[in-house]
Design a protein around this ligand. Structure first.
Ligand code: NAG
Length: 349
C-alpha cells in the first residue's frame, strides 16, 4: 500500500490504537484474550470489538459453559448458551479457552452423593460437555477454585463425596474425552508468591500428577485491587513454581478494580502500572502463554454487583473507550499498550 493511502486511512480512522492480541503475538505470547458473556452478544458495538481478532485472539465463555447452563438438571444437557459464545470464536478465528467443567458454584447438583454416585455424575458431565466441544477448545479449565485461601480443600459437594480423587478423576476423564485440549487447574489468589494457597496448590498438583492426572496448565485468575495487586516479581516467582510441574501457565480472568469511586488521575495511573505488572510477568515467564481479561469493558464487569462501591476494573470504560492511562505505551512498537510503560496517559473522562 502506498504511503499516501496509509496517511489517508490514518486520517480517516484516527491514529492507530493498541491492538492487544497483535501486540501479544509480536511479543511472543499465544494470545491476549477476553471473557464474553451471553448478555453482551446483542450489543453490536461491544461485539465489533470482541470479534476483532487483532484485539482478542482468544475468547472465554464467562458463563455459557458452566454446569448450570450445560446440565441444568442431572442428565439433561443443553448447549445453547455455550454455543452462542463458542460460535463467535469460530467465526472470528479466535482460540477458545473453555470454562469450566467442575466448579462448586452455579451447580444444580447440591445434595450429597456417595463416592460412586459423584464419580458417575462427574464422568457424565465431562464426557457430555467436553465431548460436545471436542476439538474446539485450546484449553479447558477442568477444575476451578478447589482450595480455600488458607490452603485447605474447599468443602464442595465433589470434595465431600470423593476427596482429592475428584480432581484426578476429572483430569483423566477430560483427557480421555478431548485429548488435544490443554487441561488447566484454575484458581484465584495464587498470583502472589508464596502464600499458603500457592503452597497448597503446589502440593495438590504433585499429588494428582503422581496419581496420573494429566494437568497441563495452571490458570491464575488475576482478580485484584488497584495498588494492592501483586508485583511482577511476586507473580513471576509464583509462575516459576508452577512451571516446574506443568507445561504452561496463564492469567485467565484479569481485572484490577478501584476500591473507591470516583477515581482520581493518580488511581488510574496506579491501575495502569498494576496491569503492566501482570502483562510483564507473563511476558517474562517462558511458559506463560497468554493473558485473558474478565471482561474487557466496565459495561459488563462483574465487579460492581459482587463488590458494591468498587469498580472501573477493566481496560475499556463503560462507553467502550480504551482507558488511556492503561493503554499508553512510551516505547516502540508504536501504538500503545498494556505491554509497556504506562501511567502517563490521559485520564479517562
Ligand atoms: C510456602 O512455602 C515456602 C517454602 O516452600 C515457605 O518459605 C513459606 O513460608 C510458605 N508460606 C506459607 C504461607 O506457608
Amino acid at each position: 500500500m502506498q504511503l499516501s493511502v496509509v496517511a489517508i486511512l490514518l486520517a480517516v480512522a484516527g491514529p492507530a490504537t493498541c491492538q492487544l492480541d497483535k501486540w501479544a503475538k509480536e511479543a511472543g505470547l499465544k494470545y491476549f484474550g477476553t471473557a464474553v458473556d451471553n448478555p453482551s452478544l446483542s450489543n453490536q458495538a461491544y461485539m465489533k470489538i470482541a470479534r476483532d481478532s487483532s484485539e482478542f485472539g482468544s475468547i472465554t465463555p464467562a458463563n455459557g459453559q458452566k454446569w448450570s447452563n450445560t446440565e441444568g438438571s442431572q442428565g439433561r444437557f443443553s448447549y445453547g448458551s455455550g454455543d452462542a459464545i463458542t460460535s463467535v470464536a469460530k467465526q472470528s478465528g479466535q482460540l477458545l479457552r473453555c470454562h469450566t467443567l467442575v466448579w462448586h458454584n452455579q451447580l444444580p447438583v447440591s445434595s450429597s452423593f456417595s463416592r460412586d454416585q459423584m464419580q458417575r455424575i462427574i464422568t457424565a458431565h465431562i464426557q457430555n460437555v467436553a465431548g460436545h466441544y471436542k476439538g474446539q477448545c485450546y484449553a479447558w479449565n477442568v477444575v476451578n477454585e478447589v482450595l480455600e485461601n488458607d490452603g485447605t480443600f474447599r468443602q464442595s459437594p465433589m470434595y465431600r463425596a470423593m476427596g482429592i480423587k475428584f480432581i484426578t478423576h476429572s483430569f483423566k476423564t477430560a483427557a480421555q474425552t478431548d485429548p488435544l485440549a490443554k487441561l488447566y487447574l484454575n484458581d484465584f489468589n495464587i498470583e502472589r508468591c508464596c502464600n499458603a494457597k500457592i503452597n497448597a496448590t503446589i502440593s495438590l498438583l504433585k499429588t494428582v500428577i503422581a496419581a496420573g492426572a494429566p494437568v497441563h496448565g495452571v490458570g491464575m485468575q488475576g482478580h485484584s485491587r488497584v495498588g494492592k495487586s501483586p508485583s511482577k516479581r511476586e507473580m513471576k516467582e509464583a509462575m516459576a513454581q508452577f512451571a516446574e510441574l506443568v507445561d504452561e501457565v496463564a492469567f485467565t480472568e484479569v481485572d484490577i478494580r478501584h476500591t473507591k469511586l470516583p477515581v482520581t488521575a493518580e488511581d488510574r495511573e496506579q491501575q495502569a502500572r498494576d496491569y503492566v505488572e501482570v502483562v510483564g510477568a507473563c511476558l517474562e515467564t517462558a511458559k506463560c502463554v497468554g493473558v485473558t481479561v474478565w471482561d474487557f469493558t466496565d459495561q459488563y464487569s462483574w465487579i460492581p454487583s459482587q463488590y458494591p462501591g468498587e469498580g472501573e476494573a477493566c481496560l475499556f470504560d463503560n462507553n467502550l473507550g480504551k482507558e488511556a492511562g492503561v493503554y499508553r505505551r512510551g516505547q516502540p512498537p508504536p501504538e500503545c499498550s498494556v505491554f509497556g510503560l504506562a501511567g502517563k496517559g490521559d485520564a479517562r473522562p
